[in-house]
Design a binder for this molecule. Structure first.
Ligand code: HEM
Length: 302
């Protein structure tokens, strides 16, 4: 059982790795590094220079909006992203087989959750292909983000079903956590809207004049800032309330730490003209906070 639980945890880490890799692809503007899918310029492995490309490779460049020539750095960042996603897919297939072998007679719902995990990953992969095919249409990017969060909560549900963690009964904490989770989801949706605006303005300025990008953001950015303080306040109250439940304390402390880091990342984005390296960190921390809060909520009952 321990090996199965650890394996499920590793897959969860992989989901976060995929989210981080996706963020890096975006900030390095590598999304179209491989304009076709599942190939990259019609090849299984992108070459290190233009010389290794097939003779008709220019037809792929027409699909791109950033590079007018073959950019090996962009191709490789996108390619590594695909490798990590592919590895996740393989890990999940093994998970499904393992779940059926281990739990089909005793805990069938684990098998179905594992199947759902596989289906959600395939859906996420298909959505990723759609994003590439439609040249990164922004609305699909938001959908992609929400699907990634959904994906990450499936292993949490599996772990919860197998876990023997003590459930805490606290109605106030239950309500607070449910409200925090809903507001956080709204905040993430608003965040992806801000990000879509950043994408649009950065593209229109040809990824130059970074110091002017923030000026082009509309009121959603201000709402995003306000809600970030409401979310943080809720997490602080949840942390304070959890101090009376020994079993919840480490998890609440973890959420507290993540929200602090997330706020620091957000404030740095707003204060230093959206530094590229902070963008994927901000994204990753929001995903960790959401999944962490979801897992925390599962341990509380009215
Ligand atoms: C609870 C706190 C917060 C959460 C959950 C959150 C969540 C998010 C999410 C999910 C995104 C989209 C990221 C992406 O798709 O790559 C985003 C973008 C953004 N957020 Fe936040 N955020 C928080 C706090 C803040 C704060 C305090 C600020 C600034 C004062 C901020 C500024 C931004 C900016 C500038 C973007 C666009 C970044 C980009 O284009 O990569 N956020 N946020």
């Amino acid at each position: 059982m321990k090996a199965y639980i650890n394996y499920t945890r590793i897959i969860l880490l992989f989901v976060f790795l995929v989210i981080l890799a996706g963020g890096i692809v975006r900030t390095t503007q590598s999304g179209m590094g491989c304009p076709d899918w599942p190939h990259c310029f019609g090849m299984y492995v992108p070459p290190l220079s233009e010389k290794g490309l097939p003779p008709d490779y220019k037809k792929y460049l027409d699909k791109q909006d950033i590079d007018a020539v073959y950019n090996p750095a962009h191709a490789w960042v996108e390619y590594i992203n695909r490798l990590i996603t592919g590895a996740l897919g393989i890990l999940i297939v093994i998970h499904v087989v393992w779940s059926f072998k281990k739990f089909f007679r005793t805990k069938q719902f684990i098998c179905w959750l594992s199947c759902l995990f596989l289906l959600a990953t395939l859906f996420e992969g298909w959505l990723g292909k759609l994003v590439v095919d439609t040249n990164l249409a922004v609305i699909k990017i938001t959908l992609h983000m929400l699907a990634a969060l959904f994906l990450a909560i499936i292993p949490i549900l599996i772990l919860h079903k197998l876990n023997t963690d003590k459930i805490v009964h606290d109605k106030t904490l239950y309500v607070l956590t449910t409200i925090a989770l809903s507001i956080l989801l709204l905040q993430i949706i608003l965040g992806t809207d801000v990000r879509e605006q950043v994408d649009a303005v950065s593209k229109s300025l040809n990824y130059q004049q970074r110091d002017t990008w923030l000026q082009h953001l509309n009121a959603v950015f201000n709402i995003h800032k306000v809600i970030s303080f409401i979310t943080s306040l809720l997490i602080i109250i949840i942390f304070w309330r959890s101090l009376s439940h020994a079993v919840l304390q480490p998890k609440a402390a973890f959420l507290f730490l993540i929200v602090l880091l997330l706020m620091a990342a957000g404030i740095s984005l707003a204060s230093f003209n959206i530094p590229a390296f902070i963008q994927p960190i901000h994204l990753l921390l929001s995903a960790i906070l959401f999944v962490g809060l979801f897992a925390f909520r599962l341990n509380i009952k009215k």
